[in-house]
Design a protein around this ligand. Structure first.
Ligand code: ASP
Length: 312
């Protein structure tokens, strides 16, 4: 199959076939990271700009490593060290970056839609590294890769997504992605952190975490996104942790082979206890490992990889 997308903006714009191709390519890419020399010449001479307006540990580092493992050159820009602090608009910044002829721009921005705007302005491929509360497609893809790797499939699985659903771009992208791939998704969280109309994404809703995890094959815990809340939407963190936190006691009622995931950063002792985060059911660090493979696959595919030869 050919991959004809110039940009990776959200999960809604990817077809089932495209998602499968990305996951299959990522499976192949993963092996490169296990070699003593973790580098192939596939994207030699290509330029990738990492343009992060919001803080990031995993996504930015993962893209940087992914690009370098494929021999592309990377350049990082952050809001605090760029001309954004001097008042330059996103449109002017985009035009100036384009004038330097990059091949890919990975952008993270606090405003929903910023990557979509950028994609209309520049010839380079745009990959969304997270835009406001809207989308985080590369996180959803690495989550799918991790589930498929451990369960052998996505279709027919029950996925519980628990926490601050309203402010989470990860939740939104995973609801769209997992339901598209045939999973049964249930979201759980306090009413104050549940967006109106989330059911329209084809998911079911509960405010009871125990109900959500009882039959789940995968439980995905989310951080409370306090930076996106005007006031705290729960009386206290302690109460939140008691009512919505995942701990060993609560996990006893889950399926025997349940998988625990979290996109990070974790707030230990709030949404997830250290015993669960570091316990035998946790795939949190597998997600991070797979993030590099998924991002290698995406860089390769948007630059025309599926139309050319094998990555190595
Ligand atoms: N790292 C994820 C994101 O950027 C999740 C989080 O921040 O809680 O959306």
């Amino acid at each position: 199959m050919q991959f004809n997308k110039k940009d990776i903006l959200d999960m809604a714009s990817l077809s089932v076939e495209e998602i499968n191709l990305i996951l299959d390519t990522a499976d192949q890419m993963k092996e490169i990271s296990t070699r003593p020399i973790k580098k192939v010449p596939t994207l030699r001479g290509k330029t990738v700009i990492l343009f992060f307006y919001e803080p990031s540990t995993r996504t930015r580092t993962s893209f940087d490593i992914a690009a370098k493992r494929l021999s592309a050159d990377t350049h990082s820009i952050s809001a605090s060290t760029s001309s954004i602090v001097k008042g330059e608009t996103l449109i002017d910044t985009a035009k100036n970056l384009e004038a330097m002829r990059p091949d890919v721009i990975v952008i993270r921005h606090s405003s929903a839609g910023a990557p979509h705007l950028m994609a209309q302005l520049v010839d380079a491929s745009i990959i969304n590294g997270g835009d406001g509360m809207h989308a985080h497609p590369t996180q959803a893809l690495l989550d799918m890769m991790t589930v498929r790797e451990h369960k052998g499939r996505i279709d027919g699985l029950r996925i519980a997504i628990v926490g601050d659903i309203a402010h989470s771009r990860v939740a939104r992208s995973n609801c769209i992605g997992f339901t598209k791939m045939g999973a049964d998704v249930m979201v759980a969280g306090p009413p104050t952190m549940m967006p109106m109309g989330i059911e329209t994404l084809g998911v079911s809703v509960t405010h009871d975490i125990d109900e959500a995890i009882r039959n789940a094959d995968v439980v995905m815990m989310l951080r409370i996104q306090r930076e996106r809340q005007e006031s705290f939407l729960f009386p206290t963190l302690r109460e939140y942790s008691i009512t919505y936190g995942l701990n060993t006691k609560r996990l006893k009622n889950a399926k025997k082979e349940v998988m625990i995931m979290h996109p990070g950063p974790i707030n230990r002792g709030v949404e997830i206890s250290p015993e669960v985060a570091d316990g035998p059911f946790s795939l949190i660090l597998d997600q991070v490992t797979n993030g590099v493979a998924v991002r290698m696959a995406l860089l390769y595919l948007v630059l025309g990889g599926a139309r050319n030869a094998d990555p190595d």
